[in-house]
Design a binder for this molecule. Structure first.
Ligand SMILES: C[S@@+](CC[C@H](N)C(=O)[O-])C[C@H]1O[C@@H](n2cnc3c(N)ncnc32)[C@H](O)[C@@H]1O
Length: 267
């Protein structure tokens, strides 16, 4: 795709984090400016596409667990991103055919593509929302029309909280989300970090200063704090490949530790 204006009269000259991520995943919903900046990230952090794939793997394994053993049949996927292979509703409904899924994103291109993909898909909805305004998301009739907040729900915050700056207090956002969900609800989080090869991770994150949203790398304890008030499920807050790998799968050991992920349960 190329051109000057996109869906919803979007300025396509501004590199966009959702479309750069789509490029890393081999998607085609990205434009020249997105690819140019993503290529600059790849120069300093060439492992980024492999980590994006591993991040999707974490999301899918977490959703499979939540819809299966954890018995969750309602999902709110915040910062959902552009549709790709094995989206949340596809994974959840493989396990629990009646599962409801609400996708939330603040990017108009994501919303347009998401709505096109989901047209006619049962039990799913794409809504515009900003993770920094949790009350608006959970108070919207579009969400509560599909999600019963009196019952347990899973909130996915996969690869999105690092788009929120420290001065916007992402910990307060997660605390507020926890207050709004019923006991038995879960949260799944993945977040970028620079636990090794820090110079490359930092250089990659610096490139995002020119994108629609910056990237804040956070150390392990800061990411662990998102789970305050939740019981952190086994195996805890770990590298992407370490979160309940599929039986028989040989996890990649060659990737830097640039993400931590985990799933928590509210009692
Ligand atoms: C790296 S993508 C992650 C996509 C998907 N969750 C995944 O992990 O595969 C980050 C997504 O977060 C969205 N995003 C960034 N800031 C946001 C905000 N303040 N509110 C809602 N979504 C946001 C972007 O538009 C993008 O789609």
């Amino acid at each position: 795709m190329d051109g000057g204006r996109g869906p919803g009269d979007v300025d396509l000259s501004v590199p966009n984090v959702a479309r750069m991520y789509d490029y890393y995943l081999g998607g085609k919903d990205n434009y020249a400016a997105d690819r140019a900046l993503a290529d600059q990230v790849l120069e300093v952090a060439p492992q980024t596409p492999a980590l994006a794939q591993e991040n999707r793997g974490f999301l899918q394994r977490a959703v499979r667990h939540l819809a299966g053993a954890a018995g969750i049949d309602q999902f709110v996927d915040i910062g959902a991103g552009l549709p790709t292979l094995e989206n949340t509703h596809e994974v959840a409904q493989q396990v629990e055919p009646g599962a409801h899924v609400v996708y939330v994103d603040n990017d108009p291109v994501v919303l347009a593509h998401g709505r096109a993909l989901l047209e006619g898909a049962a039990g799913t909805r794409v809504i515009q929302g900003d993770v920094r305004r949790p009350d608006e998301i959970f108070g919207s009739a579009e969400l509560t029309g599909l999600i019963d907040l009196a019952r347990p729900v899973a909130i996915l915050l996969v690869s999105v909280l690092h788009c929120v700056r420290d001065d916007e207090d992402p910990w307060k956002i997660v605390r507020r989300l926890r207050e709004m969900i019923a006991p038995g609800s879960h949260v799944a989080i993945s977040h970028i970090t620079a636990a090794d090869h820090a110079a490359n991770a930092t250089a990659g994150a610096d490139v995002y200063r020119r994108a629609s949203t910056g990237m804040t790398l956070r150390p392990y304890p800061a990411i662990r704090r998102f789970f305050d008030g939740f019981e952190l499920l086994d195996p805890g807050l770990v590298r992407l490949t370490e979160w309940r790998p599929r039986e028989g799968a040989e996890p990649r050991r060659d990737l830097p530790t640039w993400y931590f992920c985990g799933v928590g349960r509210k009692h």
